[in-house]
Every structure is written in C-alpha cells, then in structure tokens.
Design a protein. Structure first.
Length: 200
C-alpha cells in the first residue's frame, strides 16, 4: 500500500483512463466509517476497502498487503470554502447574505443545500456546475501531486477546465447568474486549486 503523501515509482496513468468523479467523491468523503478509497496506480481503477471484506467484498486483507494508493479525504474546510465563495460571488445581496448565514456553525452543508433549493432554485444549476468543476480540478491536482499522472497532462487539463461562460443577462435572474459566473471564472484563473497535497 502506498500512502497519499508518498509518490508511486511506477508508470504514470493516462488521464483519460481515470474516473475523476470517483476520485473527487473519495476526496470529499467525510464519513467516519472504517474504510478506505484506493486507486490502482497501474490501471487507474478505484476500489473500496474495508477491514472485514477487503476489496472484493468477501475476503479480509490488510492494507499493507495491497499495492494500491490510498485516497485520503481532503479536510472539510476545503469543501466549505466552495459554499462561502459561491455565496460571496452572487450579486443579489439578499441571496448572498442568506446563503452566507446558512453556512455559519454546525450543520452548514445541510443548511446551505436546503436554503439554496428552497429559496433560490434558479441558482441550483449554477452551484452544481461550480462545485463539480472545483471538485474535478482537485481530483486532477491530487493525481499530479501523487505522481500518478504527468505534470504536463495535469497542466493542460487544469488550464482548459473553467466555469462555462454565461450568456449576457436578459433579466434579473440571468443577470445574477452572469455576474456570479464571471466572478467564479476569474477566481479559478487567479488562485491555485484548493486542497492539493501541499495544503494538507
């Protein structure tokens, strides 16, 4: 088994062979159960390990016996910052204030989701695009930090993935989305991806 902070000395993977959504989900997994997400450094396959059932769901196996790389979850503040940045980027001051208040204190993730879906359904699609784009960037950065893909492939991918451009506003709702998307795109270009191995 290879720890996430180590680098794997084998060949690098083709980025197209890796399920970035699965890696992003593993990096976001904040549950406390006794299991691990792992990636095969030779094939890019993502597997799920528990002490009782191993990786095949039946046969117990010690992690140290597996030639796989552990995908450790990023700290919750990384994902919390996504909500904070989203709320800050909304030009509708009332919506921004309400979403900002929703993420104060324990239970922030649930309150943010409830507030967004119940009070601002027109912003839901924009939120998921923003959140998922950042999650994908973190997955690619994690692969590069652990030498599972080459830096050139990571740089090309990260430079090409941005929040989709918005159309010019036609009314108050699209105006809010347009301004928010422009703000998000500028932030993505101006700052490094949150939650890389160097940040942990």
């Amino acid at each position: 088994m290879w720890a996430a902070e180590e680098t794997y000395p084998g060949r690098v993977l083709e980025l197209s062979s890796v399920d970035l959504e699965e890696i992003a989900n593993a990096l976001a997994d904040q549950t406390d159960y006794d299991y691990q997400w792992l990636i095969n450094p030779d094939t890019g396959e993502i597997v799920f390990w528990t002490a009782d059932t191993g990786i095949d769901g039946q046969t117990p196996v010690d992690l140290d016996e597996l030639d796989l790389v552990v995908i450790d979850a990023l700290p919750s503040w990384v994902w919390y910052q996504d909500m904070a940045d989203f709320a800050e980027g909304i030009t509708d001051e009332r919506a921004g204030r309400r979403l900002g208040r929703a993420i104060q204190g324990k239970g922030a993730f649930r309150r943010f989701k409830d507030e967004l879906h119940q009070e601002y359904p027109d912003l839901v699609s924009s939120w998921y695009t923003f959140r998922d784009t950042r999650a994908t960037r973190r997955a690619v950065q994690w692969l590069a930090d652990n030498s599972l893909i080459d830096d050139g492939s990571a740089d090309r991918f990260l430079s090409g993935i941005q929040i989709p451009p918005c159309l010019e506003p036609a009314d108050a709702v699209t105006s809010t989305l347009y301004a928010a998307c422009r703000s998000f795109s500028a932030r993505q270009a101006a700052r490094p991806c949150l939650g890389s191995a160097a940040d942990r």
